[in-house]
Design a protein around this ligand. Structure first.
Ligand code: NDP
Length: 276
């Protein structure tokens, strides 16, 4: 019998997840069906209940439901618990097992695909929302020299820092204070804000970049965003958007559900929008 999976979000019409998982299934010979579900705001649980009652095996969760999924789960895996957010669920009888693969997807993209080791590097993380929360621990596990979290709402950056027990290398600040408190350049600058969705630039200056910096934009499919344009103008030699992170987190979810790891590179190449 064909096993049924889907991605749930609102809006959901631009999602790439059905294409990604259908391609993975074809590549690995897995008999699955993968669709998309748009739940009304406040209606997450009812839509998921219906999907499960219809025999659904698992879901990916995208904005704005990652916290609803966290509340809905009966069992949280370590990464979901630590991130405070869920991006994948597996249904086994009455059990709803929940995990978060955003952070490992980001780290796999940076280290394996872009061949950019994080160990010993200075990292600047822009943003303190769900995506930044998911990214923080997998980044810290790579033993960077230092991670500075900078956020528009400084309190959220400080709360993120304070949630981590061993925080010798972890710092938090606001955009206005950044150039004085933690001057650049950084080896890796990750834009985990949603500013690029509105074609906006987080208030950073060219001093965070150097001729050795990887500038990583989590938003994908938009070409050269204001953040990547600034990095390019500052001479950063490596630019990347979040398409690799998207495909890598999907691969982790697929492995978790199906027990087989798909190849990611052909799909990343297929989905990449040139950064020009
Ligand atoms: P959230 O809404 O949880 O957080 C948004 C963050 O962006 C907050 O830190 C917010 O600051 C900050 N922000 C928003 N607008 C601005 C601005 N104009 N200037 C400076 N900071 C700003 O979103 P997520 O964390 O879930 O997602 C962030 C981005 O990452 C999204 O655009 C999403 O598309 C992308 N993403 C990509 C993934 C991938 O696989 N490639 C996976 C997950 C997310 P404040 O706290 O002050 O409001």
């Amino acid at each position: 019998m064909t096993d049924s999976y889907a991605v749930i979000g609102n809006p959901i019409r631009h999602t790439k997840s059905p294409l990604i998982h259908t391609t993975f299934a074809r590549q690995t010979g897995q008999d699955i069906d993968y669709g998309s579900l748009e739940a009304p705001l406040g209606g997450f649980a009812a839509v998921v209940d219906r999907f499960r009652a219809g025999g659904g095996c698992g879901l990916n969760i995208t904005a704005p439901f990652k916290l609803d999924a966290f509340a809905y789960a009966t069992e949280l895996k370590e990464a979901a618990r630590r991130a405070g957010a869920v991006n994948a669920m597996k249904f086994e009888g009455d059990h709803v097992i929940a995990d978060n693969f955003d952070g490992i997807g980001l780290v796999n993209d940076i280290q394996r695909n872009l061949e950019w080791p994080i160990k010993g590097r200075r990292v600047l993380l822009l943003g303190a929302g769900g995506a930044a929360h998911g990214a923080l621990l997998p980044i810290l596990e790579q033993q960077p020299a230092e991670v500075v979290i900078v956020n528009r709402t400084v309190r959220r950056a400080e709360e993120m820092r304070d949630q981590i027990a061993t925080r010798g290398t972890l710092l938090a600040t606001g955009f206005a204070e950044l150039p004085h408190a933690h001057p650049g350049p950084f080896d890796l600058v990750i834009n985990a804000t949603s500013a690029s969705q509105q074609d906006e630039l987080p208030p950073i200056d060219t001093g965070v970049f150097a001729a050795t910096t990887l500038a990583y934009e989590m938003v994908y499919g938009k070409g050269l965003t204001p953040f990547l344009r600034l990095a390019k103008s500052a001479g950063a030699p490596r630019l990347a958007d979040g398409v690799g992170m998207l495909v890598e987190q999907a691969a982790e979810a697929f492995l978790w559900w199906r027990g087989v790891r798909p190849h990611t590179r052909p799909l990343i190449e297929h989905l990449t929008v040139p950064l020009a």
